[in-house]
Design a binder for this molecule. Structure first.
Ligand code: KIV
Ligand code: ZN
Length: 391
């Protein structure tokens, strides 16, 4: 048994902040229902005060979703918290997620507040939110660029005030796995009541390290991972849910973690989001990219046709695909070509196969991918004797 990790999905909030990814009410409801099928532990449904549309969608999601906690984001301001509560109060398990920035850069230039004032506000707002709701998450925005001793002070006080989850965000995707591990360890050492709250992490992908950082945080004691489908989110995005979850499942041996996600719903979730937003994932994207379970080179195709585990560390079925994909191109070999012919109903003699394979290689040199229709054309033109009158 591994350590259980809660998956907090913020596709509908941080993900939606990604350029070109905004969604209307009906679209958000569809995504939320799919997230429930995926069995995420927490759905952050939006930022209730951001707009009337956001408020309505958080409220609808809260009313519809039965099996996941539903959260709304709120700045550390009474009005934000009032809106958040008005929207999430219908949920079976509501959560208010309040945040304030804690780095010197943010406190000085954005908030124009002194560190003591930030602590005071955070504590007051957690207490304020606690009047409404038992489950309160507190996030220290730009956490990884904050002084860890200062963070320990603020976390200690918000936990005392009733925060049930404390989040340590890498808001600008700046940290590295080792550093993040040490940073969280230091915070834990200096926060005497940390055992009373759940530690959450929220990583952005500016340096392409979001998933690695998230996984490193588990070693330091984090038990809630914040992420989005397809890794959408501000700038370079958030840690991708599908990558985190498949790493947890595939490398249980080294990570020692487990989660409640139904991985067979991953592909469906990814495609639903792409269809709704119109933002496609890159072909080589881990887990959900079009090439993630595709093989082109002869050596790889031969290996996979003999024994899938030669080049597949997880099965396509485990993420909800029906099969892997053999792409026929100039790197493909005779074995894969013959398998494709058989799947198309052609059983060629050795001699015909050699003829067809040569035609295929000539064509593959001119085209990036050789499709079934090309193969059928090769066979019908070059191999099967068709009476002249029909040509
Ligand atoms: O990136 C971030 O710091 C956030 C917080 C609001 C959690 O999205
Ligand atoms: Zn974020």
């Amino acid at each position: 048994m591994g350590k259980n990790i809660k998956i907090f999905d913020t596709t509908l909030r941080d993900g939606e902040q990604s350029p070109g990814c905004s969604m209307n009410l009906q679209e958000k409801i569809k995504v939320a229902k799919q997230l429930e099928l995926l069995k995420v532990d927490v759905i952050e449904a939006g930022f209730a005060i951001a707009s009337q549309g956001d408020f309505n969608s958080v409220k609808e999601v809260a009313q519809i979703i039965k099996n996941s906690t539903v959260a709304s984001l709120a700045r550390a301001l009474p009005k934000d918290i009032d809106y958040a509560w008005e929207a999430v109060k219908y949920a079976v398990r509501p959560r208010i997620h309040t945040f304030i920035a804690t780095s010197d850069i943010h406190m000085k230039h954005k908030l124009k507040m002194k560190p003591e004032e930030v602590i005071e506000r955070a504590v007051a707002m957690v207490k304020y939110a606690k009047k409404y709701c038992e489950d309160i998450e507190f996030s220290a925005e730009d956490g990884t660029r904050s002084d860890p001793k200062f963070l320990a002070q603020i976390y200690e006080k918000v936990i005392e005030a009733g925060a049930t989850v404390i989040n340590i965000p890498d808001t600008v995707g700046y940290t590295t796995p080792e550093e993040y591990y040490e940073f969280i360890t230091k915070i834990k050492e200096n926060t005497s009541n940390i055992h009373k709250a759940e530690i959450s992490v929220h990583c952005h992908n500016d340096l392409g390290l979001a998933v690695a950082n998230t996984l490193a945080a588990a070693k330091a004691g984090a038990t809630q991972f914040e992420c989005t489908i397809n890794g959408i989110g501000e700038r370079a995005g958030n840690a991708a849910l599908e990558e985190i979850v498949m790493a947890i499942n595939t490398r249980k041996d080294v990570l020692g973690l487990e989660c409640n996600i139904d991985t067979t719903q991953i592909m469906r979730s990814s495609r639903l989001l792409s269809t709704i937003t119109g933002v496609q994932v890159q072909p080589n994207k881990a887990i959900v990219g079009a090439n993630a379970f595709a093989h082109e080179s002869g050596i790889h195709q031969h290996g996979v046709l003999e024994e899938r585990s030669t080049y597949e560390i997880m099965t396509p079925e485990s993420i909800g695909l029906t099969t892997n994909k053999m792409v026929l191109g100039k790197h493909s070999g005779r074995h894969a070509f013959n398998e494709r012919l058989k799947s198309l109903g052609y059983n060629l003699s050795d001699e015909d196969l050699s003829k067809a394979f040569k035609q295929f290689k000539d064509l593959a040199d001119k085209k990036k991918v050789v499709y079934n229709r090309d193969i059928e054309a090769i066979v019908s033109e070059e191999i099967i004797e068709i009476p002249q009158t029909y040509k």
